[in-house]
Design a binder for this molecule. Structure first.
Ligand code: ZN
Length: 226
């Protein structure tokens, strides 16, 4: 699929950053290596936390994920090594890391008031946010970081740098640091609202009949009556 996109001269000339034109998909990139290392570091810190019952190690596991998640994405963008495979692996590694931390935290601090923000957050992060984050693949986009080529509002609400910082780890970090389930629940509910609105918006976007290699062309071909 990437071969035909790369072979299309129209797509080659599109010039947008983030379109899949003229790119070769591959696994063995440095950003993917960083994703693997940060996920293993998260798993190790989580294993120590579970063994020792230490909240500090659980926080360390979350920080490994958070810092690593920022690092792999930044490295991919700076070195021009963004791939659709990397974007998908990143989404999956994120869900594994965050699920382990949240479930372990609730297990070691069992209470009805802790279960509520955890349930709201996990439903949002594992189902809604994963759905949204993988939606980029319907267009010729390298990752959600370029969703602005398809829908500026959805991009701003979900993948602009400030949105990313608040959407991903903020609920869990605020919860671990403050220990306030009320604050965590309110924050989780706000994020759930933003994600639900985004999912409705994406559901209304016309899907292109095929991938041209240029997301802008994809949007145009989806809208033009045939
Ligand atoms: Zn393009």
């Amino acid at each position: 699929m990437s071969v035909s996109a790369a072979a299309s001269p129209g797509a080659l000339r599109c010039g947008h950053r983030g379109c899949t034109a003229a790119f070769a998909e591959q696994w063995s990139t440095w950003p993917n290596f960083v994703t693997a290392v940060r996920t293993m570091a998260t798993l190790v810190a989580w294993a120590v936390a579970v063994t020792t019952g230490s909240d500090a190690w659980l926080l360390a596991a979350l920080l490994c994920y958070w810092v690593g998640d920022i690092a792999d994405g930044l490295l991919a963008r700076l070195t021009g090594r963004e791939t659709r495979t990397g974007a998908v692996l990143d989404v999956l590694a994120d869900r594994l890391s965050v699920c382990l931390v949240v479930v372990s935290y609730v297990s070691t601090h069992p209470s009805a008031s802790a279960a509520l923000p955890a349930a709201v957050f996990l439903a949002q992060f594992v189902v809604l946010d994963a759905y949204l984050t993988l939606a980029f693949a319907r267009w010729s986009l390298l990752s959600p970081n370029y969703f602005g080529l398809v829908d500026a509002t959805v991009y701003r609400l979900n993948w602009s740098p400030p949105a990313k910082a608040t959407n991903t780890g903020a609920v869990v970090l605020v919860w671990l640091v403050t220990g306030s389930t009320l604050v965590a629940t309110v924050l989780a509910a706000v994020v759930l609202g933003v994600k639900s609105y985004s999912a409705l918006r994406i559901a209304r976007l016309p899907v292109p009949p095929g991938l041209s290699g240029c997301a802008v062309l994809d949007v145009r071909s989806a809208m033009s009556p045939r």
